[in-house]
Design a protein around this ligand. Sequence first.
Ligand SMILES: NC(=O)c1ccc[n+]([C@@H]2O[C@H](COP(=O)([O-])OP(=O)(O)OC[C@H]3O[C@@H](n4cnc5c(N)ncnc54)[C@H](OP(=O)(O)O)[C@@H]3O)[C@@H](O)[C@H]2O)c1
Length: 364
Amino acid sequence: MTDPAIVAALLSTMSPPPIRFGLVGFGAWGQFHAQAIAGNPAAQLTAIVAPSAASRAAAARAHPAARVFADHRQMLAEVKLDLVDIVTPSHTHRAIAMDALHAGCDLLLEKPIATTLEDGRAIVAQAARSGRRIAVGHELRLSSQWGGIKRVIERGTIGEPHYVLVELSRRPYRLGADGWRYDAARVGSWVLEEPIHFFDLARWYLADAGEPVELYARGKAREASRPGLFDNFSAMFSYANGAYAVVSQTLAAFEHHQTVKVAGSRGALWAGWSGAMDRTLEPTCFLRVFDGERIEEVPLANHSSGEVFELREEIARCVQMVRGEAAPVASGRDGLWSAGLCLLAEQSIREGRPVRIVEKEFVA
Ligand SMILES: NC(=O)c1ccc[n+]([C@@H]2O[C@H](COP(=O)([O-])OP(=O)(O)OC[C@H]3O[C@@H](n4cnc5c(N)ncnc54)[C@H](OP(=O)(O)O)[C@@H]3O)[C@@H](O)[C@H]2O)c1
């Protein structure tokens, strides 16, 4: 007979300890991060940081096992962590990321990696110097739908991709704590908010074409008093082989409807996602593929496409990243590229002309 206590003790020595997450930011999106970490048995939500007393009280109520701090430096000084998850207003990313890297932690850093390329490069360079890993929050890559498109392309079903369209129509953005999202100095650029995901996807889908070489963008605000806050935005970026992508978004619409179309040398695909809100758990979604002869409906895992589902996958992938079992789904370099393309779009709108893309700008 085997003693169950001995078996339990043996088993406990075999399963690796949970990865200790310190979450900085407990706002609209940080609360979803907290739920995704707490719901993953291989992760532990060890600590949460939020400056306001109200957010700290909410964090303590929702996650009583976590220690709650008002400042990330205090958390880093007092708690041993494997990974710091940064979900704060975008202009704060650099300072928090640098402190976490200096404390020896890996990072999950929400998009945009930073509000300037200089800040983004500094983070990536510091991570390389200190031998730490960075995942940037481009979680759409992990969805059965948007990630499924990449797999269709990689299988060669549509041939060589020549054209990508990523389009979204939705209601206006949330204000953000303290109104940071509507403050040009703190948001950096509105293009860094949602279109950044679409730049990331389009560049990922067209990876075999190399890196883009030229970009042209147009944007128009609804309110003349906020000229940089584009409610309507479109950009096109192109590659040396003639392939190109169009990223287009309006915030002056209703509900939440996203479309991706990719056309290749042999076939094409079309994906759509619709919900009353961006974070609905019951969207309508599809992915249809044409291989040049037949149209196929690709089944989507439990219809679970949407950022809340993708976030759970992202947390699971970060656990693997910290354990050295998998690369981040979007690296610091990917984060630099997606932020850089957004900032070039902003420049193109300002100057009213196409801009050349200089690849060395995206190297830390
Ligand atoms: N990947 C995605 O799909 C996705 C989706 C949404 C947002 N995001 C990104 O996630 C980040 C946060 O967005 P959000 O919508 O959650 O914003 P939010 O609702 O305004 O929440 C921001 C949180 O950060 C806290 N905070 C502010 N300054 C801080 C500082 N210096 N140190 C520590 N905490 C600080 C705020 O604290 P208080 O509550 O105490 O004021 C709040 O809890 C942004 O970079 C955004 O672009 C990504």
